[in-house]
Each structure stands twice: as structure tokens, then as C-alpha cells.
Design a protein around this ligand. Sequence first.
Ligand code: ADP
Ligand code: MG
Length: 235
Amino acid sequence: MATHPGPLTAAPPAIRTSRLVRRFGEREVLREIDLTVGAGEFTALLGRSGSGKSTLLRALSGLDHGVRGSGELAVPERVSLSFQDSRLLPWLRVLDNVVLGLGGRRAEDRGREALAEVGLAGRERSWPHELSGGEQQRAALARALVREPELLLADEPFGALDALTRIKMHGLLRELYERHRPAVLLVTHDVDEAVELADRVLVLEEGRIAVDLAVDLPTPRSRRAPRFQEYRDRL
Ligand code: ADP
Ligand code: MG
């Protein structure tokens, strides 16, 4: 198992769990997971379907009260969670989805800025169903960003998109990351996506983190580059 050198900054970690356990009945889906993700670190989480990736994300979001073990998590207000289906509320216009729950006079302005940042300027008054799948994911990203999260938890956000749209979203996500520097934990089942986007790749297997690999490549990254392949082979 490759070990990760750990966070480079002195800032407190965005995630720290100690022996985190999640059982469903007799089944132990997460088995004493010790995980530290540094502030501003971009980490991908790989694993077979059913390996517990979504369960781990939910545990880290603080929404799951059935978790045992200790976890020091970023304050919930500063955690954003996004999903494969963007989960925009169909009865709210795009801008209202983005700023939902935000208070203050400037909320709408910030929402507009966030939409512009993801390439959706002019779509503020659209309904979610009027957007394509990729546009809905952009709106979901804007909704996450406008909250200025310290930690962005993303559960297969591009899983439902076509290949071309997915490539565009990769570029956008990495660009937004470079600009805002939240810690990111991105769940994916796509090895290429993990190596392309993240600086650290974890593999969840039988409820444990079986691989913890630091990816030391400049971005943007090409999948055809020999060093990209080198990391791919190690997963
Ligand atoms: P992944 O996201 O890696 O595909 P999940 O975290 O969704 O996997 O699920 C891991 C395992 O936990 C699966 O076997 C799933 O059936 C089980 N599981 C997840 N949520 C629940 C639940 N609420 N109740 C019972 N079993 C669950
Ligand atoms: Mg899942």
C-alpha cells in the first residue's frame, strides 16, 4: 500500500476520522476507517459498486447518525454535498435552487456570480428541467460553491453524463478547485477520472481503505501521458 505524505499545510484537516464504523444490521460496511484529508486537498475515492463509497460520504457529511467511531468534521454549514443526479428542486428556478437557504441581501448577487462562474449566466430564471444534464450539474456546482465550502463531497457527480460533457465538467471542476481551494472528496468508479482530477486517490475495498496513492502530476493532465498511465497501473 502506497502511503500518502499527508497534508502540506498547517491548517486543520478538512476530514479526520478515527475508527469510523457503519453497520447495516449484521453487515459492517465501513470497518474502522482512519482517514485524514488535509485542508484544500483534492482526493478521489474509488471502489467497486457496493463497496461503501456513498456510505462513507454520507457519514462524512454528518447526515448519517448511525455511524460509530470518532470523526472531527468541518462544520456542517461549510460542507457541500452533491450527487450523480444533481438534485435540483424541480419547483424552484435555477437561481432559487442555487441560493436556497442562504440569507442576506447579497445572496442573489452571489448566486448570479456563481452561475456565471460555471457558465450559466443568463439561465437564472430557467427551470431545472429546461437544462441539459451537464447544465444541471453545473448548477449543482454553483449551488455548492456559493456556500464557500471548506469541504466539497461529490458522489459520482458526472456518472450520468455523456463522455464529451464529462470531459468539459472535469476541466471546470479542476478550474473551480484551483480558484477556491476547498478540500474535495470525489467519489467515482472511473480510474481515469480519479487520476486526472485528484492529487490523492483512495480505493475502498471490503470496508477499508486498501490503497492510498499520492498523484504527483501537473494539471491539466493527459490520459495518454506515460506518467498518467504509471499511476493508473498502480490502482
Ligand atoms: P457504493 O456507493 O460504493 O456503491 P454504498 O455505500 O451505496 O456503496 O453501499 C454499500 C453497502 O451498504 C451496500 O451493500 C448497500 O446495500 C449497503 N447499504 C447502503 N445503505 C444502506 C441502508 N440504508 N440500509 C441497508 N444497507 C445499506
Ligand atoms: Mg454510491
